[in-house]
Design a protein around this ligand. Sequence first.
Ligand code: AMP
Ligand code: MN
Ligand code: MN
Ligand code: MN
Length: 294
Amino acid sequence: MPAIHSASLYAAIEKPAAYDLHTHTHHSDGALAPTAMVQRAAANGIRVLALTDHDDVSGLAEARAAAAALGIRLIDGVEISVTWRDHTIHVLGLGIDPAHPGLAAGLAGVRAGRDVRAEQIAAALEALGFDGALAGARRHATNPALVSRTHFARWLVERGTVKDLSAAFRRYLGQGQPGYVPQQWAALGDALDWIRASGGDAVIAHPGRYPLRDSELDALIAEFREGGGAALEVVSGSHSDAEAHVFAARTRRFGLRASCGSDFHADGESRFDAGRLPALPAGCTPVWQDWAPA
Ligand code: AMP
Ligand code: MN
Ligand code: MN
Ligand code: MN
């Protein structure tokens, strides 16, 4: 084996990545409008940007216009919430057709489930004495069809209950905490079918974030690949240097491609700014290998 672990990927990010394939806008739980997100990406030197809002594609039209005006390439994307064996997994669709009826219907179903969950989360927070939780979270959500835990977390910070988002998840909204409501998201096979039917490549987002044993992670990746999945997100705002190398090795072992994305949501909330992420480790096949050149 070559000594791929010797150089730290994350030690010094000298030049911006040309590709950032995981970003959010206020159409889900990001803070920026699509135009502002695209402008920020362009200013940071990105040439190919995927917008991947949670369970929603309504920001893509505005982003496309902004990208055309700035001469950068926009990849139509989405980040689908999936339940696999009682675990929530995020699957990115890159290069999807946002107008595809099967994809649109699937995402509408996931969003409907979010509405019910938001009411349940609010009830759980109210039981702790935090009045006005639903209205508070909704005030932070620009897209009324997409209320996420992040919006509850921002409201908890705003009312002074916690000092930052991380504390909101640690104390109230994370799994096992009193404001956590288990949710049945899309089935993995369905999410893969929607993405593929609409012409997209499916990518397992931030695989290092799931509390899965190695054997479970391998089972997930095997099932994902059998269902037509294309890539693992290797470089991510959620990954350490060591994790990037671990997942690079897994792409080789499973014959999958590799993706990279900041998962940028908002100033002060995200580890990497859009495009400020390290290169893929050597020996990965990028997910964009068969796309038209940038
Ligand atoms: P939801 O899809 O509504 O369950 O919300 C999930 C979102 O919450 C993720 O996409 C992240 O943006 C955010 N999130 C999850 N865990 C944390 C955390 N520990 N700190 C900050 N944000 C988090
Ligand atoms: Mn998010
Ligand atoms: Mn995610
Ligand atoms: Mn994300």
